[in-house]
Design a protein around this ligand. Structure first.
Ligand code: ADP
Ligand code: ZN
Length: 216
């Protein structure tokens, strides 16, 4: 089950990929998480991508593709995976097709309004990466992760300026992937403007039909 989650920043890809990963035992591979970990470590990769990410620009394709190719070669990705935040350009999608067979691309549909509200209230756990929202998905104790007790913080790129830029970049560079995967017969749509529970059940129905041969 090789899956791609497509959609604007804040569409809910990360939240849903984490849930699905747990339920089906396949890894969530988030290029954003990998880059953030590199920034935190202060590695060479981290130094290269930090400024790009803060502005909400895209990391160069060659660098991103190489990283994903390496990650997908690891043992835990041999029985399926969820790509969350990759590919983000046609060039990345073409490169991916040259070394992997994708089964389905799930397109998360929302509005700009919902996305801006979600990103500006988003909080992330510094230790385990769990995602919260100050109003929609608050932690039990303010500023503390329910899962691990870690400190919650606002991502450096969840500022209004960077959010606007990420939406612009999404429309220019990533949105064309919807037609790209539709053309290959791989695209499936969900409405991700409501709750994570609602999105989760839509995704599970798609997987039941696509992989387990059960009718709708
Ligand atoms: P979001 O979907 O909320 O924008 P991500 O965590 O997916 O957040 O990505 C954060 C940032 O990491 C992006 O704005 C970009 O700078 C970089 N990034 C992540 N994935 C890619 C990718 N596939 N190609 C280029 N840059 C990427
Ligand atoms: Zn945590």
């Amino acid at each position: 089950m090789n899956l791609i989650f497509l959609g604007a920043p804040g569409a809910g890809k990360g939240t849903l990929a984490a849930r699905l990963s747990k339920e089906y035992g396949i890894p969530q591979i988030s290029t954003g998480d990998i880059f953030r970990a590199a920034v935190k470590q202060g590695s060479e990769l981290g130094r290269k991508v930090q400024g790009i990410m803060e502005k909400g620009e895209l990391v160069p394709d060659s660098l991103t593709v190489e990283l994903v190719e390496e990650r997908l070669a690891q043992a835990d990705a041999q029985n399926g995976y969820i790509l969350d935040g990759f590919p983000r350009t046609i060039a990345q999608a073409d490169a991916l097709a040259s070394f992997q067979k994708i089964d389905m691309a799930i397109n998360f549909n929302t509005s700009d309004e919902v996305v801006i509200r979600r990103l500006s209230g988003r909080r992330v756990c510094r230790s385990c990466g769990a995602i919260y929202h100050v109003e929609n998905m608050p932690p039990k104790f303010e500023g503390k992760c329910d899962k691990c007790g870690g400190e919650l913080y606002t991502r450096d790129d969840d500022t209004i300026e960077s959010i606007k830029n990420r939406l612009r970049v999404y429309k220019d560079q990533t949105e064309p992937l919807i037609e790209y995967y539709r053309g290959k017969g791989l695209l499936r749509d969900i409405d991700s403007s409501t709750s994570p529970e609602e999105s989760f059940s839509q995704i599970k129905s798609l997987l039941l039909v696509g992989f387990f041969g059960l009718g709708e």
